[in-house]
Design a protein around this ligand. Structure first.
Ligand SMILES: [Zn+2]
Length: 246
């Protein structure tokens, strides 16, 4: 189920107090100038995407964000043992469910790579409680994706029926560099330790599990009071890192 969309760009309104129409007749002249809803979040616009170079006069800015990675476990196995047609719609459904959950909490669906997605909270739509929003979006993703396998039309007697599908999620919060990276291929994203840590946390999260860092836990105590953390060896990190299942 998709949520109602905002009539004006939430990012432009918040950052510049500019009412940029995204929908309805008022948006038509804007569309003629290429100003339209962003594909990363339909409640923000293409001006928001270019805000760094045009508005903030910088290619990158430092911003405090929460980064969420979600990965569809079991998909690779499933796609190896089944015809492409049986699983081709699965990723679309996964992406769509993730998008709705992320947009509900004003996050940006920044990337979809293979069977994983990356989301950023607190830019361009700002919220002081972005860590809490990321955790809530993660819970919503788990909830929405719990019967993902049932969407598929598997042949009778198939070895896998989609029941082994599940989502692993990792979240970290902190300062990142956000903006346009690369020259020939310009990519709008965030980079830095927070992004790497969230990706690594996701890689050790089991299907159905959400793992967050100490930074997320201290920023969103009400969402993450589940208990003790566990030390994980993460690839690329010297020391084991304490992660918390929420
Ligand atoms: Zn905008």
């Amino acid at each position: 189920m998709s949520l109602p969309r905002s009539m004006i760009c939430k990012g432009c309104w918040q950052q510049m107090h500019l009412p940029v129409p995204l929908r309805g007749p008022a948006s038509i002249p804007f569309r003629a100038f290429g100003i339209r809803p962003s594909r990363m979040n339909p409640n923000t616009c293409t001006i928001c995407e270019l805000m760094f170079t045009r508005v903030m006069k910088a290619r990158q800015i430092n911003v405090d964000v929460s980064v969420l990675f979600a990965d569809l476990r079991g998909y690779t196995t499933l796609s190896q043992s089944h015809p492409a047609t049986a699983v081709s719609s699965l990723l679309d459904v996964f992406y769509d469910e993730c998008a709705e959950a992320i947009w509900e909490y004003d996050g940006l669906l920044n990337k979809t790579v293979g069977d994983a997605i990356m989301a950023i909270f607190n830019f361009p739509i700002r919220h002081d409680d972005h860590a809490q929003r990321a955790v809530r979006a993660a819970r919503d993703i788990q909830h929405r994706c719990r019967h993902l396998g049932r969407e598929l039309d598997f042949p009778k007697g198939a070895e896998a029926d989609g029941s082994e599908l599940g989502v692993g999620i990792g979240i970290d919060s902190g300062q990142t560099s956000f903006g346009e990276f690369g020259r020939s291929h310009r990519d709008l994203t965030a980079i830095g330790t927070v992004v790497n840590t969230a990706a690594r946390a996701q890689s050790v999260a089991e299907a159905g599990c959400i793992l967050v860092t100490g930074a997320v836990r201290s920023r969103a105590p009400a969402e993450t009071n589940a208990g003790e953390g566990r030390a994980y060896e993460l690839k690329g990190f010297d020391k084991p890192m304490e992660l918390y299942a929420v």
